[in-house]
Design a protein around this ligand. Structure first.
Ligand code: R5P
Length: 306
């Protein structure tokens, strides 16, 4: 039987494409807030004996997560066979250690919370650094969609003579993969983050690539400070104006303006979080990953991401 998919996020285009590729029925749910601020959720589509999938990107997660887990528990009570989550952007992955005395490892707590309420999870390139795999913290089946092939083909189709630049060692995993696929040279810089908004970037041997177009690649643009520090470094080294590419554009606190003022010619992101910078469509890959976990037939527009 076809699964039923419900949109709990704000990216309707991605929702429609994933639903179409997955061959899922579109579920109808009434959602509102009571005058006292509590959430009201009522599923109008009957989910008894059906597989239910919620889709919600988890940028700005604190405002979304409570109603997601209330919805998951409601669907279980209404008789859904399984309740699963597609979170194109997965939050709470960067606090993967206790960096200061008194801090918790919120990546673990968040994983425990989602694992308690959902039966499986699909996401796109989560920030895996100290945890090598989601299986270290999630107890449910998870599938990670890799955006590298899509990033590489965007670069191949849009930029002549690129040099790929990773702002820090954490970006190496994405940059090396994309560079190999795009057949382009790659450099990894050294980043020192001294606060939420302060980032320093150190100098690699970049001069040899002056005739190329720099493409800065990272998994996330949040405050934009990492990209801005990298752009400033490239300007100092008299490189051409760069293109900035991120899998997830969170764009906290006016980050997009900061990037263009710093000198980015273009900012490009995947459509995991809806934004005008979205130029790389991950919907088919998400549907393929969800279909594999769910066992449903995937419509022909879908492709598998290797
Ligand atoms: C951290 O290592 C990530 O890969 C990104 O570099 C970081 O999340 C970007 O954050 P921001 O845009 O706030 O500098």
């Amino acid at each position: 039987m076809r699964p039923i998919i419900f949109n709990f996020g704000d990216n309707d285009r991605l929702f429609q494409s994933v639903a179409e590729d997955l061959g899922a029925d579109l579920g109808i749910v009434e959602r509102r807030t009571f005058p006292d601020g509590e959430s009201y959720i009522r599923f109008e589509t009957d989910c008894k004996g059906r597989e239910a999938i919620l889709i919600c990107s988890l940028d700005r997660p604190d405002a979304k997560v409570l109603s997601l887990v209330l919805a998951a528990d409601t669907l279980h009570d209404l008789g859904a066979t399984r309740v699963s989550l597609i979170a194109p952007y997965l939050a709470y992955m960067r606090q993967d250690s206790s960096f200061q005395p008194g801090e918790g490892i919120t990546a673990r707590y968040f994983a425990k919370l989602l694992s308690r309420h959902f039966d499986w999870l699909v996401t796109v390139d989560p920030h895996l650094h100290r945890f090598r795999s989601l299986d270290e913290i999630y107890t449910i089946p998870t599938t990670v969609v890799r955006a590298a092939p899509l990033l590489a083909s965007w670069i191949t189709n849009n930029v002549a003579k690129p040099v790929l630049i990773g702002p820090d060692s954490e970006s190496k995993q994405w940059v090396a993969d994309v560079a190999a696929r795009a057949n382009a040279p790659a450099l990894i810089l050294k980043k020192i983050r001294t606060g939420d908004h302060t980032v320093r970037i150190s100098v690699p041997k970049i001069e040899a690539h002056r005739e190329r177009t720099p493409i800065i690649i990272d998994d996330i643009i949040s405050t934009g400070r990492t990209m801005v520090a990298t752009i400033e470094h490239l300007v100092e080294m008299k490189m051409a104006a760069p293109v900035c590419i991120a899998v997830h554009g969170v764009f906290a606190e006016g980050a997009a303006d900061l990037l263009s003022h710093a000198g980015a010619t273009r900012v490009v992101t995947c459509n995991t979080i809806e934004d005008k910078s979205n130029a790389i469509d991950v919907s088919s890959c998400i549907a393929a990953a969800a279909g594999a976990l769910d066992g449903t037939h995937i419509n022909s527009r879908s492709s598998t991401n290797s």
